[in-house]
Ligand binder design. Structure first.
Ligand code: MRU
Length: 363
């Protein structure tokens, strides 16, 4: 289990004008804490993926607005930083959710006491996220218990894609939360970790997290999952999501859709773990409506790794090769066995989601 005190973002204890993050670009080779001093620093940290993962992107934007208020303690100042932050990454809806929450608070609060009000709410967003991850863990572990029982206590093999772990949230993660709870309950669990090209969130982040937590895991290339499923080596797939529509379509890291197809062909349950902050209640059709981020071609033409003790970028593709780099894809609800949320597990459908979140019916 991730240490209870582990955090991915926090206010510097002796200097509340600085927000601190882990520079995830350097993991697993280097654990480096990075200071955010301005909202522009927060914007860069999100856009250039010092921080990533839907819930952490939202929390970083909230703290970015706190930094904006420190520099210009007016609702107008915060609103103009919000406009820029909203453009930092397009797919994870937690960004919009967190910014809208802080802007609503700022409008109600007015200029007086704005810094304290926003700081308190940014911290609340982080504290709530931890509780949400715990809820996902409590609800999702039941699926792993059931598989363990059906295998008479044999090893439960989970396949996951990208990093939907502690590093993508404030602590505990979404897809990993049920795995951490399973470990606590003594369930024998093993995780197949997709490498997740091009940014390698699986090999660099998920494998690091699982190793730190003492959870048995094996790193595989992205193309290995289907083969493992055909040979009975995968009991369940659990991924995270960056945006889930009210109808249960799921946007997640590129390649998730192919895993869902392979799982469906092999009759393997495919679950998606998400905080309710990742549901876009205004969106019905994921494939048509969710904006998919197109990232830099260099993420595909080059690869980053350690060479002679130095983080080194190496070119793998021929110079000038035309490159496409869509960072996310959408898995239609029909391929999703269920959604694991902080309120329970439901069908990937509007009825399923509204059954857990009835207050959103008119949204
Ligand atoms: O590009 P990233 O690393 O921000 O993408 C992250 C993912 O796709 C995660 O799986 C998703 O945000 C869920 S995180 C709890």
């Amino acid at each position: 289990m991730t240490a209870e005190t582990f955090r991915t973002i926090w206010l510097k204890p002796d200097d509340p004008s600085i927000v601190q993050i882990i520079d995830q670009r350097l993991l697993p080779h280097e654990y480096s804490v990075h200071d955010l001093r301005t909202w522009q620093d927060a914007d860069t940290a999100i856009a250039e993926m010092y921080v990533r993962g839907a819930p952490l992107i939202g929390a970083t934007a909230a703290w970015g607005l706190y930094l904006a208020a420190l520099a210009t303690p007016t609702v107008a100042g915060v609103s103009s930083a919000a406009e820029a932050l909203l453009r930092s990454r397009p797919t994870a809806v937690n960004l919009r959710w967190a910014i809208e929450r802080i802007l609503t608070l700022a409008a109600a609060n007015g200029d007086k006491g704005l810094v304290d009000a926003i700081g308190t709410d940014a911290q609340a967003i982080c504290d709530e996220d931890i509780e949400i991850s715990r809820g996902i863990g409590r609800n999702g572990v039941r699926l792993l218990e059931e598989i363990s029982r059906s295998k008479n206590g044999g090893v439960v093999n989970v396949l996951t894609h990208c990093n939907a772990g502690s590093l993508a949230t404030i602590n505990y993660g979404t897809a990993t939360a049920p795995i951490y709870f399973a470990q606590q309950q003594g369930i024998d669990v093993h995780v197949w970790v997709d490498e997740t090209r091009p940014r390698n969130q699986g090999s660099q982040l998920t494998a690091w997290e699982l190793a730190e937590s003492g959870i048995s895991h094996t790193l595989i290339v992205d193309n290995a999952g289907g083969h493992l499923m055909q040979h009975g080596d995968v009991d369940i797939v659990i991924t995270g999501t960056d945006r889930t529509t009210r109808t249960g379509d799921v946007a997640n890291k590129i390649g998730t859709y192919l895993k869902a197809l392979a799982a469906s062909d092999n009759g393997i349950p495919f679950y998606v773990a998400l905080p309710s902050t990742t549901i876009d209640w205004r969106c019905r059709d994921g494939v048509q409506e969710i904006p998919i981020e197109e990232r830099d071609a260099e993420e595909v033409s080059h690869i980053l790794g350690m060479h002679n003790g130095q983080l080194t970028r190496v070119q793998t593709a021929m110079s000038g090769t035309p490159i496409g780099n869509p960072a996310f894809d959408v898995t239609p609800a029909r391929l999703v066995s269920g959604l694991i949320t902080e309120r329970g597990v439901c069908k990937a459908s509007e009825d399923g989601l509204l059954g857990l979140f009835p207050e959103m019916v008119d949204t």
